[in-house]
Unconditional design. Sequence first.
Length: 648
Amino acid sequence: MFRSSICLALVAFFFSFAAAQDPIQPIPRRLPPKSSYQLPEKTEKELRARLADVSKSLEKVKDNPNFADADCFRKAVEFALENGEFYGEGDIKKANACLTMAKIRAEDLAKGKAPWKDQKGVLVRGYTSNIDDSSQPYGLVIPEDLDLSKPQPLYVWLHGRGDKSTDLHFIHERSTKTGNIAPDDAIVLHPFGRQCIGFKSAGEIDVMDAIEAVKKQYNIDDHRIVLMGFSMGGAGCWHVGAHYAENFVAMSPGAGFAETARYQHLKPEDFPPEYEQILWKAYDVPNYTTNLFNLPVVAYSGEVDKQIQAARVMEGAFEKEGQKLTHLIGPKMGHKYAPETLAQILKMIKMARDEGQAEYPTNVMIQTPTLRYGKMHWIQLLQLDRHWEDSRVGAVWKSNDELFIVTRNVAKMKVDVGDHKNFAVDIDGEKFNVDLKGNSTKSIYLTKEKNWQLSLKDTPSDHLVKSPGLQGPIDDAFLAPFLVVLPSGKSSNPQVQRWLDFEIAHLEDRWQALFRGKLRTKLDKDVTPEDLKKYNIVVWGTPETNSVLKKTIGKLPLKWDDKQIAIGNHKVDAKNHLPLMIYPNPLNPQKYLVINSGPTFREDHDRTNSLQNPKLPDWAFIDIRQDPNGSSPGKVVEADFFDEVWQP
């Protein structure tokens, strides 16, 4: 009987061990979709040969400041080949056209020339993203008669969803079509937005980076930049405009979506975990409504378009704040512009554009649940009482010598006072007198403890606090330059190693296919002090396998040994679980340390851009006995946010 029990136990152990070693099933990719078209073998060989030749030419000019203008064409073909993004015979012509343009521009750069910089009409250019060093394309429409020696207005147009509209297809369209809007007295910018992530995450940063790239190359009037978009681009216009309202003179979102739950028709019983509902606030526009009072907003919907829902939601949000949203409706129109209504919108936008933004607005409003989006003109929030709650500032210069401020859920803020020198400050009923005569400073700092305190210099906290760009959640690390640090060791736990191997490969594939770039990676043993200075560090592995994690583990609110993993009072066994988290890097607290995670929305969420939101907060425990899938990296057994001083 005893021997029989031992045998049964051994058999059970063998099968459980074998099961743990079964390969994790690949996750079907939604974006961009796999093609059913089979690229002819001969054609593929020819394209790869041309690609290799172009790559050699570009290698010689990689340090040229206009390198991305050529390299974005090369990358388009490389990714199309690697990801299977040829959807028909016509795409072969697009690929050859890209390679030809890349070659011509590489040869021009080698000669010290860049003739396309003076080109007008429609053209494609590129910039190098700091996030991952990738070349990202953008389209331009420059009227032939526009005087580029004078500052010109810029219209930023955000495109609609195109599951197959990868770099190759975006470049072709932007090289051949002017698009929905083409004013004869302004430049139009078409950001790529990293294709199809709803102008969220790295796609949101792409919009702002593309604007900066254009401003470096052309004479753009900073105070006359317009933001517009339709469908997915309308959704992008809503949240990009809400997040960065100070950057635009006017905005006009068409159709799209403005939030998550109502757009998805979710009932309370179908809601995800509370932390995910909280994370909807990152992109749900009603949480930023008063930001939109800093500029003219003209919304558009087709009368019979179901996506009129977004503007209806925002009408309600405006009304709740005592304002009325300008909402123009195309009569009997579905999911497209009524020509006469678009003409009316453009006329209204032009009026706002020609008036321009004030150099220093006297009245500023800001609303945000996170310090990621805590700046508006001359107000910047530096600390909140509590993240993910409604945080607001209303500030107005009543006269040249009186500044009136009201706040909600704000613990610290910076005010750029412009040319004001001698003035009174009234903040939430507390009063201060400020005399800056003879002082070169143009900023004051207001900090709330029991009462508000005013100072002329920023006094850094002597302990960790959530601050702008260092406030989480996990996904926040991927909106800035990051380095993936791979473990040089192997885990003694085969289940852990199996999970790590899969998730690292999954991140690499997903970053290329969905985010349209390649990961910047190093082994732990090769990480330098310069890397720690420049990058958010994304470490994979365990203290046993990754030396960078081993160096930092003692300075994190994370305890991890062979038997147990603990964050505060939250504990799991180390055999079957792994932690995912974000925290200021102990080796450089000005940057993030991320453990065992990439962006937390996954393939199942790609079916609609409204679901491409952060799915995990600041930390989570994953049970790796449940394999990663299109919704989750495993079974999430616990997850939560750190508090304002980065404690559980």
